[in-house]
Design a binder for this molecule. Structure first.
Ligand code: RB5
Length: 155
């Protein structure tokens, strides 16, 4: 397999509320052939979601991972935190359509899920679609460039 055939590396993180779904998504990613960088948390003890969002986003911004996956109770705190990082475009996703369109139109590089709001099967289907969908470019290139207030270190 050449480098261009390799599945992109994915960094994943959750808080305690997202731990179970994160474990399921990480296993699926491995089964699909991705290298997974699991940045915690490692159990159901209470932790602070921003710590894990920052760790995953740093992995993406620094190029250690191509994509990031974040899970908390609602996905809201994770996505709020992730989008503070220049170069991170994190979408809180509940369905396959959102997963497809945020890659195609927003060039999202991080996907967030709410373990208390999205079921396991919809999350798996959405994650698979997210990873399989290319950015369309064209008119979306200009719009995505306008998201950043300063230079984008990733694109
Ligand atoms: C933790 O109870 C919860 O606040 C967190 O998982 C997340 O939903 C925050 O947005």
């Amino acid at each position: 397999m050449s480098d261009s055939d390799a599945k992109p590396t994915v960094a994943i993180g959750s808080d305690h509320a997202g731990y179970s779904l994160k474990t399921t998504l990480a296993k699926a990613l491995t089964d699909w052939g991705h290298t997974v960088i699991d940045l915690g948390t490692d159990g159901t003890a209470s932790v602070d979601y921003p710590d894990f969002a920052h760790a995953v986003c740093r992995a993406v911004v620094e190029g250690r991972a191509r994509f990031g996956v974040l899970v908390c109770g609602t996905g809201i705190g994770m996505s709020m935190t992730a989008n503070r990082h220049a170069g991170i475009r994190c979408a809180l996703i509940h369905d396959v359509t959102g997963a497809r369109l945020t890659r195609a139109h927003n060039d999202a590089n991080v996907i967030a899920f709410g373990a208390r709001t999205t079921g396991v099967e919809p999350a798996l289907d959405a994650l698979k679609t997210f990873l399989a969908t290319p950015f369309e470019g064209g008119r979306h290139e200009r719009r995505v460039a306008k998201i950043e207030l300063t230079g984008d270190p990733v694109r």
